[in-house]
Design a protein around this ligand. Structure first.
Ligand code: 7PJ
Length: 264
């Protein structure tokens, strides 16, 4: 899954798709086309930054950013469009514009989100986050991070089913970096298989995140090699979808891992 941020403030590529704060659709499409050519099966389109400390945006701002990109991708590329949003109105309008997956870092926690997703009948990724983006990195705590996140998933899956979302349409994501210390992130990856064993597809996003930066002491633009290592480890532990900024190198790494894992 390739990340196409259309926000002016995302931490790793924010702003690069913007010209004087207004969305540059051509630049987004150049990036989207390259990612598909490099082997992306999904493109994740986000119009709200969820980096630690990010300011909220209005539904209309989000729509103005993401809908033209979704429409342009659907018109010219053979790829599943994922909409990275927590806003029910954006979920509905993105679905109408052709999105094939809803990716919610708030796991359908906003009012109306469960209902909105049920009405689209689209698959949805439920991501775990402790707290909210403004404060989530202020001393996050767990009894046992893997067990606590597993319990959280069970509760959210039940809520989804009560709202009319079929279990076969649910994907799970432990939410690397969302209310987690470095030690939590490392333990989560090491024990990812425990969460994969729940039987629902797992999506993971570690690309360029601080868990890599903190281990390697590298800035955001020097985290690719660390990112490839953790992508392969996640795949080996049962991850089905790996959300990344660097699609070409990641596809090579995962194809190589796939060849080894499936050799006889
Ligand atoms: C994630 C995400 C993630 C899912 C972001 C970034 C920060 N969605 N959206 N999982 N991270 N499902 O782009 O690195 O880890 S925003």
């Amino acid at each position: 899954m390739g990340v196409v941020n259309v926000t002016p403030d995302s931490f790793s590529d924010g702003g690069s798709l913007f010209a004087s704060q207004s969305l540059c659709l051509d630049a987004a499409m150049v990036r989207a086309r390259a990612m598909v050519a490099q082997g992306a099966s999904f493109l994740d389109i986000g119009g709200e930054s969820t980096r630690p400390g990010a300011e909220p945006v209005s539904a209309q701002q989000e729509l103005d950013r993401v809908i033209p990109v979704i429409e342009a991708i659907k018109a010219s590329l053979d790829v599943v469009v994922s909409i990275d949003t927590s806003t029910p109105q954006v979920m509905l309008e993105a679905a109408a514009a052709g999105a094939g997956l809803i990716n919610d870092v708030r796991a359908l926690g906003r009012d109306g989100a469960l209902c909105a997703v049920a009405s689209t009948a689209l698959p949805v990724c439920l991501m775990h986050m402790q707290g909210d983006p403004k404060t989530m990195q202020d001393n996050p705590g767990y009894e046992s991070v893997v067990q606590d996140i597993g319990d959280y998933f069970e509760q959210r899956i039940s809520e989804c089913e009560r709202a009319g979302i079929a279990a076969h349409n649910i994907l799970l994501d432990p939410g690397f970096g969302f209310g987690k210390s470095l030690a939590h992130n490392l333990q989560l990856l090491k024990q990812l298989q425990t969460l994969a064993n729940k039987g629902l597809p797992l999506l993971v996003g570690m690309s360029r995140k601080s868990m890599i930066g903190n281990v390697l002491n590298r800035p955001v633009d020097e985290r690719l090699h660390g990112g490839l290592a953790v992508a392969v480890m996640a795949y080996e532990r049962g991850a089905h979808i790996v959300r990344v900024h660097d699609v070409g190198p990641t596809v090579d790494a995962l194809r190589m891992a796939h060849a080894v894992i499936n050799s006889i």
